[in-house]
Design a protein around this ligand. Structure first.
Ligand SMILES: *Cc1c(COP(=O)(O)O)cnc(C)c1O
Length: 464
């Protein structure tokens, strides 16, 4: 056990409950229960204030791609703080970390995605994208092209703009969203919504909703489409193979801009530098954050193609963040990219650990509670179901069973998240085959406990 000199857990929990408002949390209930206090981490493992060790199946929040405890990143931050802790790039100045990171990203990104606008997070970057593509069309003499098409159950962030792009009903229900001129089509979620169609037919049909929406709105009013190559927060929804080629065809046919939100899928998560490469997507803009710095510093941005960047450059773009390209965050991101590249982390995911995860995780499909067990790269999910033969949903309110399963998982010292009644993981990319086996063993134990509990409580009932 690691000895730490932190105060007792109960004391920390009381302070947390009294003063700390947690994101996406019913804080009163959490305050009564007490948050689990994470005190340190190394590799793929977290330690809490009780000295318990957890496998972090979520890489923090989908972001700690190189794993915890890399001293090189701490040193890069310290070095940069001593040399130039802060400067901005608003008024005809630049600094070395920001320009070097922009150049590095241009080198890594596919095609002519050669220009970077920095932000502090993925949410900020998507707000930038909304303004940038509308300004692009205004400069092209088509200011009426303002509508952005996004997807239900997509996730693009939590600010007013990015949450409007997102298609989370529970988010739209609070605070007056979405903002004007953002509309949503359905997601390519075959297991949950595919009915009697084949996955391939369904993928094409869901992509064609984009064309139907463009025609309904009028092509001359549509600015662009945004989507995650694989939906993350929506439940690790892996689209049918037919989906993205059809989206790509429609985007080209109507000449709208395509934004790939790579905040999760970027930086190796799917076994390529970017998820767009994994799916043959050719975006005009990619949103990045999370794995860009492996979460060691808050930083995000938009990687922008030549045509859009050159057009935007014709006039002053009245937009920017105090921390755009923050030198410490940029220096840490550069060090993170160096490690991903020099240690061949992404190649190892592709050739070694992703196939290993696919096999071990896929085997969970034989569990009576599991309707599908799917993965792509280092993202994986399970659909929980009371009757897998008909892809049934539970009689209990959506998310009830997922929450129960999540509690058992936490008790087994595995961080696995539930999204409704799907269970999801996205471990650090550096996870080893041995740790994958341990993770999946804990997941199976969790499923067994959940199944026994549901049976005892009479909850293995399908919705009518
Ligand atoms: C997390 C996430 C965001 C928002 O990023 P923040 O850094 O939390 O603002 C945007 N898009 C996707 C796909 C994400 O997963």
């Amino acid at each position: 056990m690691v000895l730490t000199n932190t105060p007792p857990t109960a004391e920390l929990q009381a302070l947390d409950a009294a003063h700390h408002m947690h994101p996406f949390t019913a804080n009163t209930a959490l305050g009564k229960k007490g948050a689990r206090i994470i005190t340190r981490a190394d590799g793929v493992r977290l330690t809490d204030s009780e000295g318990e060790e957890l496998i972090d199946g979520m890489a923090g929040l989908w972001c700690v791609n190189i794993g915890y405890g890399r001293a090189e990143l701490a040193e890069a931050a310290a070095r940069q703080m001593r040399e130039l802790p802060y400067y901005n790039t608003f008024f005809q100045t630049s600094h070395v970390p920001a320009l070097q990171l922009a150049a590095k990203l241009a080198e890594l990104a596919p095609g002519d995605l050669n220009h970077v606008f920095f932000a502090g997070s993925g949410s900020e970057a998507n707000d930038t994208n909304i303004r940038m593509i509308r300004q692009y069309w205004a400069l092209k003499g088509q200011p009426e092209r303002r509508v952005i098409i996004a997807r239900r159950n997509g996730y693009h962030g939590s600010s007013m703009g990015s949450a409007s792009l997102g298609g989370m009903a529970a988010m739209h229900a609070q605070g007056g969203l979405p903002i004007p001129d953002i509309v949503h089509i359905d997601q390519p979620y075959w297991w949950g919504e595919g009915g009697d169609t084949t996955p391939e037919e369904f993928g094409r049909a869901r992509a064609r909703q984009l064309e139907e929406m463009i025609l309904a709105i009028g092509p001359e009013r549509v600015a662009g489409f945004i989507g995650e190559p694989v939906q993350g927060a929506g439940g690790v929804i892996i689209p049918p193979e037919s989906y993205w080629p059809e989206i790509q065809r429609i985007v080209a046919q109507y000449g709208i801009l395509l934004i790939a939100d790579e905040v999760i899928t970027g930086f190796g998560r799917l076994g390529e530098w970017f998820g767009s490469q994994s799916y043959g997507i050719r975006p005009h803009i990619m949103t990045i954050a999370k794995g860009l710095s492996s979460g060691y510093q808050p930083i995000g941005g938009s990687i922008v193609c030549d045509e859009v960047a050159q057009t935007i450059g014709q006039d002053e773009f009245n937009h920017g963040y105090t921390y755009s390209g923050h030198p410490v965050a940029a220096a840490v991101a550069l060090e993170n990219l160096r490690i991903l590249q020099e240690e061949h982390v992404i190649e190892r995911v592709r050739s070694d650990t992703a196939p290993c995860l696919a096999q071990a995780w896929g085997a969970l499909a034989d569990h009576p509670l599991v309707g599908e067990a799917v993965s792509r790269g280092m993202m994986a999910s399970l659909a929980l179901t009371p009757d897998k033969a008909v892809r049934a949903k539970f009689d209990a309110a959506p998310g009830t069973v997922g929450q129960i399963c999540r509690e058992f998982s936490f008790g087994n010292n595995l961080v696995m998240r539930h999204v409704g009644d799907r269970m999801v993981i996205a471990p650090p990319l550096v996870i080893t085959a041995g740790d994958i086996d341990e993770l999946v063993a804990r997941a199976r134990r969790t499923l067994d406990q959940t199944h026994a509990y549901l049976q005892a409580e009479g909850m293995l009932k399908a919705a009518a």
